[in-house]
Design a protein around this ligand. Structure first.
Ligand SMILES: [Zn+2]
Length: 128
């Protein structure tokens, strides 16, 4: 389902939220996906950065439906590893991706620019 990432990011309006929750109560596959992502975010504090990166590697790709959340967590782990330049590139890629929830994109653009990569043009509505 397309809006699962928006659902986790808390970006859905009441109607969409009802739809998703109705779908989740009937669809084990989507339920599992959401639970999996929730678990990884809970474990973030307990896992070492290389464990976070390894665990999220299949999801932190631009064509993954979880690119925003998984990419963001991967980039945070990269920063902990001292790989700021790599993290900045990943944040920039998230910020430019139209499929990523807006809140996550805005956060990533901020992170990228605080790391020295200017991607403000990726989001015209916030650039001016
Ligand atoms: Zn489903």
């Amino acid at each position: 389902m397309d809006s699962l990432e928006e659902y986790l990011a808390g970006e859905l309006g009441p109607a969409a939220l009802r739809d998703i929750e109705a779908h989740l109560s009937n669809c084990a596959a989507c339920r599992e996906e959401v639970d999996g992502m929730r678990q990884v975010s809970l474990w973030m504090g307990a896992l070492k950065p290389d464990q976070v990166i390894a665990r999220l590697a299949p999801l932190a790709k631009p064509d993954s439906p979880w690119f925003g959340s998984a990419g963001e967590m991967t980039a945070m782990a990269l920063i902990k590893q001292g790989k700021a330049a790599q993290a900045a590139q990943l944040f920039a890629a998230i910020g430019k991706n139209n499929d990523v929830p807006e809140q996550v994109r805005a956060r990533s653009i901020q992170m990228a620019s605080s790391l020295g990569v200017d991607v403000s043009t990726a989001m015209p509505q916030t650039a001016q």
